[in-house]
Design a protein around this ligand. Structure first.
Ligand code: ARG
Length: 586
């Protein structure tokens, strides 16, 4: 039972009774808790539309609803705001409805088929901070969408078809020229084992890509190798298979350690066979045009505020690009996967790329008009110097190193608190979860489009707006329940609150479904992060004021235990939606 939905319905009815649009009845959480718990501001726009006095409309709404037992108090404020205070009895009823499965939150009535494209690792390349942001935000959105009730697929969109592939092939050839993959007369029966490991690739790729930038011969060899790979040269394909397998295994493991597992690992190469027919289609309908030997699609539109250059579909030599595979992938996601919404969680710097891809998709009719395509942009994670986060030597920070770094920081925090003696094994596991919580919450408590400062010291703190603070709040609820249980007390029916901190905690809990909906509709997990923190704070106030285990009134005590349980379950859900796991103790 969603309190805002149900209040909005009642208020909508009151507006409709005055022949006004029921949408004006929207009820929100009060911005002025000193005046009311909820408010309805619809009388002002309604008055404007109907040419009437807002206070009269608001008064009529209040008169209409006044006698319903659900309301403790309805009052007018200012030019026509309505402040709402629930009767404690109905507050308890709403809160009690959360004691069921899924906190009483129903899945959406009409689920949508959604695909979230995030992570975006590339074959042979180390993942870096940009991939980290995409991964954390994308994973959270995927979790939120699934919880809301949509049919969501998370896809890693593995970068396995671009120029770096040709570069790596050349790099391996330099080192091991005698491998059968490079002998054009051999066309099958290649070795089963990969000639390189991920560690080799981590050395080969940066070296060759650096040289390709400086040395035109290397660049030319790589260009040719990429083209031959795409056109199906058997040895290159066979070698490429190994590169894909080796990279994917290592990256999957990295993601898994972050608590992220994708539904799909489609690659750019997955759509290879769709590209030719797609290009033919774009030629036939006159969208793909020759330009300096290359094939482009013009996507500029009359109202454009900035110049949108044509999308490069095929290079002069016939090679495909990042844009080509993205257009074909979009087509596949709509046609084969039947997706109604495709969300791309990718660095804001790729905005133009996606604008071009979406426009081609729309212009060519690959995407139906009602389908939703969104680039879910994010900004930069900065280091202490305010510049994009780097290693001490000024290099790119590898994802793997970052994971180790936060786990280490978690361990240090744990050593500081030294409350209980844990086995070393348990300590390592708790430290890992604490470190990840610090990292993910540090990321997700900011709006994704703002740049933020990577501050491990602050992120891992047990006080303040941090992941570990929230984990700790859940652990505390669990230990209260455990202690109560040992003394023979179990959570039971909620009863009407006796103190304000208790009432406030119930009200806070009731916001949950609305916050989750908002995070999904605005694609912004920070709403959930923010709310989880507010809830934890409210819980702590309640806990300080209400001495649960010492309470003499059994009905009150067990009602409080219910509130503790409900808070623990709610926080656990919210953290889970952020991809944060809570240890049993810490
Ligand atoms: N592999 C790309 C990169 O590292 C990100 C892929 C994003 N997704 C997409 N459909 N283009 O930048």
């Amino acid at each position: 039972m969603n309190v805002l939905t149900s209040l909005s319905a009642s208020f909508g009815e009151a507006f409709a009774a005055q022949n006004l649009d029921p949408a004006f009845g929207e009820v929100v959480v009060s911005g002025r808790p000193d005046l009311g718990q909820f408010q309805c501001n619809g009388a002002l726009p309604a008055a404007k539309q109907a040419g009437r006095n807002p206070r009269d409309i608001a008064q009529a709404v209040v008169d209409y609803l006044q006698d319903r037992p659900e309301f403790g108090e309805l009052s007018l404020a200012g030019p026509g705001f309505i402040n709402i205070i629930l009767d404690d009895h109905s507050l308890v009823e709403y809160a009690s409805s959360m004691r069921s499965d899924r906190l009483g939150i129903d899945p959406v009535a009409t689920p949508r088929r959604v695909l979230v494209d995030y992570g975006g690792p590339n074959v042979a390349k180390d993942m870096h901070v940009g991939h980290l942001r995409a991964t954390i935000i994308g994973d959270s959105l995927t979790r939120i969408g699934k919880f809301v009730g949509h049919d969501v697929l998370g896809d890693a969109h593995f970068g396995d078809w671009g120029t770096q592939m040709g570069q790596v092939i050349v790099g391996i050839k330099e080192r091991m020229p005698d491998l059968p993959y490079f002998n054009a007369t051999i066309t099958d029966s290649y070795p089963n084992d990969s000639p390189v490991t991920m560690t080799d690739l981590q050395e080969i790729y940066p070296d060759i890509s650096e040289r390709a930038k400086r040395d035109p011969d290397v660049a030319e060899a790589a260009r040719l190798a990429t083209l031959e790979l795409q056109q199906g040269r058997p040895g290159y394909r066979a070698l490429w298979e190994h590169l894909v397998t080796v990279s994917q295994a290592s990256q999957r493991a990295d993601f898994h350690d972050l608590g992220v597992d994708f539904d799909l690992w489609h690659g750019e190469s997955t759509v290879h066979d769709l590209i030719e027919p797609l290009i033919d289609q774009l030629r036939t309908n006159g969208l793909a045009l020759e330009s300096d030997g290359a094939l482009v699609v013009d996507v500029a539109e009359p109202g454009d505020k900035m110049e949108i250059p044509p999308l490069l579909l095929m290079k002069g030599d016939g090679a495909y690009l990042y844009t080509t595979t993205d257009v074909a992938t979009l087509q596949m996601r709509i046609d084969e996967l039947g997706r109604e919404e495709v969300l791309y969680v990718v660095d804001a710097r790729q905005a133009l790329h996606f604008e071009q891809v979406f426009r081609v998709g729309r212009k060519a009719g690959l995407v139906p008009p009602e389908a939703i395509l969104e680039h879910i942009k994010f900004g930069t994670m900065n280091g202490p110097d305010g510049k994009p986060f780097q290693t001490r030597k000024g290099g790119v920070v590898k994802l793997r190193d970052l994971i180790n770094m936060v786990a280490q920081a978690g361990l240090e925090r744990l050593a500081e608190s030294k409350v209980v003696e844990y086995s070393e094994e348990e300590q390592t596991e708790i430290a890992r979860l604490v470190g990840l919580a610090a990292l993910k919450f540090g990321e997700l408590s900011n709006h994704r489009q703002s740049d933020y400062l990577f501050d491990l010291e602050r992120f891992t703190s047990l006080i303040g707006k941090t992941g570990p603070y929230l984990q700790y709040a859940v652990v505390r609820t669990q230990s209260i329940l455990r202690e109560a249980k040992e003394a023979g007390w179990q959570p039971d029916d909620l009863i009407e609150p006796s103190v304000e901190a208790e009432r406030r905690l119930m009200l806070e809990l009731l916001r949950t479904p609305d916050v989750i909906d908002r995070a999904w509709s605005t694609r912004a997990p920070n709403h959930i992060a923010e709310f989880a923190y507010e809830l934890a704070q409210q819980f702590n106030r309640f806990y300080e004021e209400c001495h649960i285990l010492r309470e003499a009134d059994l009905a009150r005590k067990t009602s409080w235990l219910s509130l503790v349980e409900l808070t623990g379950r709610t926080l656990t859900l919210l953290l889970d939606l952020l991809g944060i796991e809570v240890p049993d103790r810490m």
